[in-house]
Design a binder for this molecule. Sequence first.
Ligand SMILES: [Zn+2]
Length: 985
Amino acid sequence: MSAPAGSSHPAASARIPPKFGGAAVSGAAAPAGPGAGPAPHQQNVADSLSCPVMQNVQPPKSSPVVSTVLSGSSGSSSTRTPPTANHPVEPVTSVTQPSELLQQKGVDSSSTTSSASPMPNSYDALEGGSYPDMLSSSASSPAPDPAPEPDPASAPAPASAPAPVVPQPSKMAKPFGYGYPTLQPGYQNATAPLISGVQPSNPVYSGFQQYPQQYPGVNQLSSSIGGLSLQSSPQPESLRPVNLTQERNILPMTPVWAPVPNLNADLKKLNCSPDSFRCTLTNIPQTQALLNKAKLPLGLLLHPFRDLTQLPVITSNTIVRCRSCRTYINPFVSFIDQRRWKCNLCYRVNDVPEEFMYNPLTRSYGEPHKRPEVQNSTVEFIASSDYMLRPPQPAVYLFVLDVSHNAVEAGYLTILCQSLLENLDKLPGDSRTRIGFMTFDSTIHFYNLQEGLSQPQMLIVSDIDDVFLPTPDSLLVNLYESKELIKDLLNALPNMFTNTRETHSALGPALQAAFKLMSPTGGRVSVFQTQLPSLGAGLLQSREDPNQRSSTKVVQHLGPATDFYKKLALDCSGQQTAVDLFLLSSQYSDLASLACMSKYSAGCIYYYPSFHYTHNPSQAEKLQKDLKRYLTRKIGFEAVMRIRCTKGLSMHTFHGNFFVRSTDLLSLANINPDAGFAVQLSIEESLTDTSLVCFQTALLYTSSKGERRIRVHTLCLPVVSSLADVYAGVDVQAAICLLANMAVDRSVSSSLSDARDALVNAVVDSLSAYGSTVSNLQHSALMAPSSLKLFPLYVLALLKQKAFRTGTSTRLDDRVYAMCQIKSQPLVHLMKMIHPNLYRIDRLTDEGAVHVNDRIVPQPPLQKLSAEKLTREGAFLMDCGSVFYIWVGKGCDNNFIEDVLGYTNFASIPQKMTHLPELDTLSSERARSFITWLRDSRPLSPILHIVKDESPAKAEFFQHLIEDRTEAAFSYYEFLLHVQQQICK
Ligand SMILES: [Zn+2]
């Protein structure tokens, strides 16, 4: 049984049967005797508990278990009422029916759920369609806007249900960012529909270029610059032809930066930071035909909610947006005069609202082009109540914890509870913050933490086939009112299950209960799991054959074994609940299935293979540090994200953890600063009439303080008409990250070998296309423009990455986790995972060092990933993103070993070493300063392994030397020859 709340039991508003209520309130320590619980295993658990008060609660046999969640939330009954046009409902649940319609549209048939969510579309209407700012600005606007409004709802008024959405096949996005079976070997661009030369059909738009630009300001520049031809100027470095097989040292000594789009200085200055927003091509081809010729992937890489040190926050009655396409006003619009601005995405001319004439920064009137919205490409608006369909939710955190024998053995509870105790006051939230705990093995345990109790009450539910919530009102409690009880529980939890003999895991039923518990508010569920779920809904079987780990042939089971977790995630998403998974396991746990609970609910996935709190101290320390970040980082609730782009471009596939609601609205129950996204683009209409294109991301969310906010990023790029210009603007790192995302989809929907072929073909096709367009090149050589010179190296790195490698022993969960990371990490972290950075660190100097917070941080040059760079006399640091290795050569200078590692000689360095000691020497200071600096640049704490040459652990380090040949894979040089061979075919 897996029926979601609200659909399985007709009496949604029934009260809790008195039997529960009585038992729960009585506080009597119910003995867990054989008569108390129906299942024999329950007794084992109960006996082992030292929790102060504990009760076994059974559902009454006489009445069906009731979704008490629904009964507790006001207005929930309307979710059961068939909506009609004039059905009076409260704003909270206003758009029930269309939401389901849209949700169905967005879900492929296999994942359609019966969720009776009242919420889904509300937010769709808000960000995209309800024009709240227009309503408020209409007070100062003389006439209502007659323009056609393409979005579903015209006002947030509850009775006006959004009009049926007209299907737009040509712009219909794939329902999910996961899986696109139509990909050709090569990439999607080759098959995208080509509609070149189609002019805008609306006469209002067609003459947009002729508007005179009379009003001075930086914005007017935008129509005349951009796409400065690179061919007319002396050849830029990015177009320098590089003979790949001859030029052996292509890796720069310093980190590769994002290319700067070829715009004029004013636009450059205003443009969005590449840390938030990058495009694979910084020069956008004018037509799909030109893009097809270049054989390069076109798409965006986003890091929309990253931590910012500076962010203009705008409080204004009127959030100025285009009346036609809902774009937020931004630095790249044009002011036709003081009173009118032209949208840079759809070219509609809009009025400047009266309020916008006043500049709050300069306190002057009549300078709309100097408003902060027009001077910053990243801004955040405080949204008015027009952007809400219910009061902003409080921060709600639920922890769902595996307490089976396996979990207790691994010992994570101690670390988690300790970390929670330390960070309880730092959890993002306000006075309304709520928190709750559930534990589970073969049964599910709830904790009554209601203020006023003398101690926490444990309530055991053993009917996992139809889980109900005992005392639903006292399981998620106010953090401040119940803080002492929460602390008591956190102090007691680690020891409560120490003697358990319960090996089963009823994860699925526990998640169903969590969903019920969270549904009235939404929020974040953090699940800690240590094994395969073995009981009840969502149980899984082992699918991994350890003998196949190093297969070069078919790698199976990359997709989920059941759609249970995906369905549950979609239900959660509909109720604004994200599920984060912490998998701490020493054995196969079918991450491919479990990960779905997070992928589709906009959650995060963390994986700690071989976790053990004493046997694997570095993993334990990593968990501790990761938790600190996880618990205290910024969080946004009930969020939606929409990406808009200039007319003519269209988005067709999204990558990341979210649910695509309607065609292009990403539903994010939670958003966190460490989440990255990618989007594939195609060019549907020729861009010949414009010299610039823009992309805008709008992220509407509720802050942990209960404010509705909209973070907006706008990126501007030039349009080019020649192939050379397209090549000149390649952002090779963005391209490789997008390809990695596409390859993950391909691996799951088709096969790993198909994905690998597609990656190789991406190199072959692009270099071949380049070769055939540059006539004066030697045909025998493998040439690339300088902008693409790292492309083959990065693709080879991907082929050797855990996610895609073959022939090297790779545990299935490890592989799947790597794929999950590729799909959800922002570019900056993903690149280190794909191509680690290698530095020599036994001779660090202050030459070129940078100063950070009174610390001098050495900047050693990057080394290529090859054993030929390792000398036995040296020590090298490899930064793989989530892991650091320090490899110490056999002949390494004793001074380094003594001054930095703290041992007298090579032989005395222990086999397992995970820390650099704090020694009072200059070289120790330099090494630690450098490593700390690297560590600080990422959200999650990397593990450090100090690897002695000739120790067995060095294989881990050497597998990252991707330029070298291995038994299973090409060296870099061999790969180049292979590519060349394919081109000459
Ligand atoms: Zn517009």
